[in-house]
Design a protein around this ligand. Structure first.
Ligand code: CP
Ligand code: NVA
Length: 300
């Protein structure tokens, strides 16, 4: 099994459930520990972040360790010096590296040469830390994961990819609805045994949760106008939630562009769990650091 968390596929079902169990224990106990005593996490960011940066740093503190924030532009990642040299340097000083990168190959390159665990803090292709918090939130709401029905409406992006990979391990039943040209990888849909339904109103019928994310991800700003046009009709509105049924909760990884992929009345409404999701980013990332950097056993 990989020492790195670059995508959810680096986990198997046992490790996924171990992370979620640890996160639940941490949350219930308001856990403060010493797994990271004397240890440092380097956090490299090529893109902005509220949740990921804050939770990684707070998690390191809660486990008795320390996190160092590195702006990729200041570091000159891949510009001032090659990714390999950055990785080899960091690996001599710290016990773990997290990286939020434009291109997935950059975080993969760091993992190849750092010699310490590397955690993907979001790439263009994957967002594994988000999927862990998403699963934790679903489990809290429904008491289980296997058989929970989730509709993802919007862009077939990094967040959906990690959610589908997690769904495959946890047995979620996912329905995906995107406009033409924005579908996720067909092989991934198949691996997750997910259904694809073009019409969002049909896709959401009877599901337990409706999930969406921004239509324009970080790095795609030049396509924003085109995307606004292409995604017309895919906004999560009170009417769409009505079509889902009274049982359905609403999820979003945040940040949200209100009026685009979701309206504020839904995101801040009674069925929304977006701030529980955000809270669970902390508990799940604490679990990740405890297991990957802190030597917490995966079983037992
Ligand atoms: N959901 C998420 O990753 O948020 P940030 O971009 O603020 O880290
Ligand atoms: N898909 C979004 C997620 C942000 C947390 C992005 O990549 O910008």
């Amino acid at each position: 099994m990989s020492n790195h968390l670059l995508s959810i596929s680096d986990l198997d079902a046992d490790r996924l459930h171990a992370l979620l169990k640890t996160a639940e224990q941490f949350k219930n106990a308001r856990y403060r520990g010493s797994e990271l005593r004397g240890k440092t996490l380097a956090m490299i960011f090529e893109k902005p972040s509220l949740r990921t940066r804050t939770t990684l740093e707070v998690a390191a503190v809660h486990l008795g360790g320390h996190a160092v924030y590195l702006d990729a532009r200041q570091v000159g990642l891949g510009v001032r010096e090659p990714v390999r040299d950055v990785a080899e340097n960091l690996g001599r000083w710290v016990e773990g590296v997290s990286a939020r990168v434009n291109k997935h190959e950059t975080v993969a390159g760091l993992a190849e040469f750092a010699g310490v665990p590397v955690i993907n803090a979001l790439s263009d292709a994957h967002h594994p830390l988000q999927a862990l918090a998403d699963l934790m939130t679903l489990k809290e709401n429904f008491g289980r994961l296997a058989g929970v029905r989730l509709a993802y409406v919007g862009d077939g992006n990094n967040v959906l990819t990690s959610l589908l990979e997690a769904a495959a391990l946890a047995g979620l039943e996912v329905v995906v609805s995107t406009p033409e040209g924005y579908e996720p990888d067909a092989g991934l849909l198949e691996r997750a045994q997910a259904r694809f339904v073009r019409d969002p109103y049909q896709a959401v019928q009877g599901v337990d949760a409706v999930y969406t994310d921004v239509w324009t991800s970080m790095g795609q700003e030049a396509e924003a106008e085109q995307r606004l046009r292409d995604f017309g009709g895919y906004t999560v509105t009170p009417e769409l939630m009505e079509a889902a049924g009274a049982q359905a909760i609403f999820l979003h990884c945040l940040p949200a562009h209100y009026g685009e992929e979701v309206v504020e009345a839904v995101a801040h409404g009674p069925r929304s769990r977006i701030f529980d999701q955000a809270e669970n980013r902390l508990h799940t990332v604490k679990a990740v650091l405890a297991h990957y950097l802190g030597g917490r056993p995966w079983s037992g």
